[in-house]
Write a protein that binds this ligand. Structure first.
Ligand SMILES: Cc1cc2nc3c(=O)[nH]c(=O)nc-3n(C[C@H](O)[C@H](O)[C@H](O)COP(=O)(O)O)c2cc1C
Length: 321
């Protein structure tokens, strides 16, 4: 793939595995980067020392670039410093002002990605020195920053900041979606929900099963799972119609810690209890997310599908009888 973004980071496939909370683990991130995409680790819900060891573990599994994502709803200064000390210089920010962190990242030759939900916000991020803009549409899974859908948002952001690469996030789960994002002017797709269905993703098997059974009509944009992160809209599977009736404690971690019904934590492997009542983040792209694949195979498949989708645009598409 020839564009500024892929060439700069040495990608052979215009695919970024978006940060998907605690599901993005070193095995997933490294597998994606080794396959020619870009993997992104999530650093927010890890203690500083856990983050350091996760970065080291990822570096032991790949020599290719990978990102670390930090959510700026909380103070991330210490974690930014840890990333840079560990030579993880590709930082992705979400939900806050990236400005204060940019000088220190740039001072060591690092790059800053920032997720936005509007063209105005993209312009402001470019003006404070962000290097790569992620335009996240409303159909995205997980926490959703803006209110505009991907198809309307991406070309507006591309036009607002022609000097920077734009990545398209939200609603993309196969090569047709990636080709569409490229046609809108994006230089790669930033995909979360699809990567939950990989062998490496650190999620509970029942959660994966729920994702496989869901259609594009089964997600809910809500502030329901506010425990641990209030006032932050997110998109989840609407699995329980009688959610209000769910008990206060719905599940337990393997160490016995209780999980309340408002918890914003996703079901990790080892959790026991009412998994379906937990926060099952998913975007509308869930209807296209079916098979659980090794991440490297998924990246190869997405690459191949993108190529086919682009070629098909130039072929005769049949006739109307
Ligand atoms: C399970 C899950 C967890 C997420 N956690 C984060 C996160 O920690 N940081 C972040 O910037 N975005 C997070 N997101 C949002 C994704 O990075 C991305 O914007 C979104 O998944 C794109 O839409 P898609 O799910 O349709 O691919 C999360 C998304 C999901 C599905």
């Amino acid at each position: 793939m020839k564009n500024r973004f892929c060439e700069h980071f040495g990608l052979t496939s215009p695919v970024v595995q978006a940060p998907i909370g605690s599901a993005s683990c070193p095995e997933l991130v490294a597998a994606v980067s080794n396959a020619g995409g870009l993997g992104v680790l999530s650093g927010t819900w890890r203690t500083p020392s856990e983050l350091r060891s996760l970065i080291r573990k990822t570096q032991a599994l790949t020599t290719r670039p990978f990102g670390v994502n930090l959510v700026l709803a909380w103070d991330m200064t210490e974690r930014v410093a840890i990333c840079l000390e560990e030579n993880a210089k590709l930082l992705s920010f979400f939900w806050g002002d990236p400005g204060p962190h940019i000088p220190v990242v740039h001072s060591v030759g690092g790059k800053v990605f920032h997720t936005v939900g509007s063209a105005d916000e993209a312009r402001k991020a470019a003006d404070v020195g962000v290097d790569v803009i992620v335009a996240q549409g409303w159909e995205a899974g997980g926490h959703v920053w803006g209110k505009v859908t991907t198809l309307a948002l991406v070309p507006r952001v591309v036009d607002a900041i022609p000097e920077l690469p734009v990545l398209a996030a939200g609603g993309i789960a196969d090569g047709r979606g990636i080709a569409a994002a490229l046609a809108l002017g994006a230089e790669a797709a930033w995909m979360g929900t699809r990567f939950l269905l990989t062998r490496e993703a650190r999620v509970h098997a029942r959660y994966q099963q729920c994702l496989q059974e869901a259609t594009e009509a089964d997600t809910l944009y809500t502030e329901r799972f506010s425990g641990g992160w209030p006032d932050a809209p997110h998109r989840v599977l609407e699995r329980l119609r009688d959610w209000e009736q769910a008990e206060e404690i719905i599940a337990h971690y393997s160490d016995g810690e209780a999980i309340g019904r408002l918890s914003s934590n996703l079901p990790a492997p080892g959790v026991t209890g009412n998994i379906e009542a937990m926060c099952l983040y998913a975007g509308q792209s869930v209807g296209l997310s079916r098979e659980i694949l090794p991440a490297a195979q998924l990246v190869a498949q997405l690459s191949e599908e993108t190529h086919t989708a682009v070629c098909n645009l130039w072929r005769r598409q049949g006739t109307i009888s």
